[in-house]
Design a protein around this ligand. Structure first.
Ligand SMILES: *[C@@H]1O[C@H](CO)[C@@H](O)[C@H](O)[C@H]1NC(C)=O
Ligand SMILES: *[C@@H]1O[C@H](CO)[C@@H](O)[C@H](O)[C@H]1NC(C)=O
Length: 392
């Protein structure tokens, strides 16, 4: 019964979030037309290729050599192969023209590669990884803007057949596949729903394909440019915008605009939904109204959680008679704590009628909120009927 409650509770939350989303989305679509006129560079999202399909995009007619940004600080593991036999050390970032081939070499035997997740899932034979005697080679042909992201090489430490990645020694490079037509990495979705959590920085990825693009953040309604001061909200060309301490007023529909040369384009829309996040996992307190109960008497075990208001807590039980299908029932209640405090109390009471031998043992209650869960237990002893001790 309690587990059914749990599912119901979770679904209600999800449905609630979706409802809010649809309301916002409706708003968003109303304003879409107006927006489209304002930024002529924008393409209707529906005509944009699905990320996976982007691989089919025709490479630019004129093929040029990959342009390489001067390495900021050279790495020891990774090198870029430009032409057969010519290598360049790579810095933190690298620029490759869309359609060109990316070839990276990484010292180590063996090495493992990490690529942007979309490439991992949706490879169409363009990505190849080969291990040579002393180094690994990653080759990506017919590149697209969607390939933009972090490429990592992990040297492996092996004992017999047991290998593990050495995360500390990993070589990383962020590769921009510059696309003269698409300033943003194409996305398969028209909009993306992002939770703004009270205690977590929120990221709006709006990944650009060129590090030179000037990126600004905009609110759809009212239509304003959002100030990016570097403290409350900051921008990183590899990560997008980060809202460091989300507040309810950050919620709404936002999007990014990138400009480069004469081109100006809008990103996918981000629907930011504010979620009141608890500061910590709940701290339940369990109490049985008697530590020993006579057969035939009733038992009452309560589990109480005091926490922030507007933060849902879910309580589940484990008890001795559970496997035997013993049907105790629970009473749930939520009440505010008086005195103008912003706290409330959630309580679940487990009632066992006419206690039997199988009810002896450990009673555990688990309280869960969005931040985590905690379990507490108490034990109950069952005594023969005629002893009838009065305790507690
Ligand atoms: C790369 O593009 C060329 C020219 O469009 C095509 O012939 C070739 O099959 C593509 N290679 C891969 C691995 O997709
Ligand atoms: C414990 O609670 C149950 C149910 O409310 C009640 O029947 C029982 O008498 C209580 N036991 C004691 C020792 O208070």
């Amino acid at each position: 019964m309690t587990s059914v409650n749990l599912i119901g509770w979770k679904w209600r939350r999800v449905l609630g979030a979706l409802l809010i989303c649809f309301m916002i989305c409706d708003l968003a679509y109303c304003h879409k037309d107006a927006q489209e006129q304002k930024s002529p560079g924008r393409k209707a999202k529906s005509s944009k290729p699905k990320v996976g399909k982007a691989a089919h995009k025709e490479p630019p007619a004129v093929k040029t050599k990959p342009k390489i940004k001067a390495p900021a600080q050279a790495q020891t593991l990774l090198t870029q192969v430009i032409n057969r036999g010519r290598f360049t050390k790579v810095g933190e970032t690298l620029k490759v023209q869309v359609g060109d081939t990316l070839e990276l070499r990484c010292r180590g035997k063996p090495v493992q590669w990490g690529v942007p997740s979309y490439l991992e899932e949706d490879d169409e034979g363009r990505l190849r990884m080969v291990q040579n005697e002393r180094y690994g080679v990653l080759t990506l042909v017919n590149s697209t803007g969607a390939d933009t992201g972090e490429y990592t090489c992990y040297p492996m430490f092996c004992e017999d057949t047991d290998c593990r990645k050495d995360y500390d020694k990993a070589g990383k490079v962020f590769v921009f596949f510059t696309d003269p037509q698409e300033l943003f990495v194409p996305s398969s979705d028209y909009y993306e729903v992002i939770q703004l959590r009270t205690n977590w920085p929120t990221r709006l990825p709006c990944q650009v394909t060129s590090p030179e693009a000037k990126v600004t953040l905009h609110r759809e309604y009212p239509p304003v440019e959002v100030e990016v001061d570097g403290t409350e909200i900051s921008f990183d060309v590899k990560k997008g915008f980060t809202i460091h301490r989300p507040r309810p007023y950050h919620a709404g529909a936002l999007y990014c605009v990138a400009s480069l040369g004469g081109l100006r384009q809008s990103s996918t829309k981000y629907m930011l939904i504010y979620v009141n996040y608890p500061m910590a996992p709940p701290a339940p307190v369990i109490q049985a109204n008697a530590s020993s109960v006579a057969t035939g008497d009733n038992l009452r075990v309560s589990c109480t959680v005091t926490g922030e208001r507007d933060v849902a807590v879910d309580i589940t039980w484990e008890y001795p008679g559970q496997q035997m299908g013993r049907p105790p029932y629970t009473l749930e209640s939520i009440r505010p704590l008086g005195g103008g405090s912003a706290r409330h109390q959630t309580q679940s009471i487990l009632l066992v009628d006419e206690v039997r031998d199988v009810d002896q043992g450990t009673y555990t209650c688990t309280a869960e909120n969005l931040q985590g869960s905690k379990s507490v237990s108490t034990t109950v002893k069952v005594l023969p009927a005629k002893v009838k001790p009065r305790k507690l």
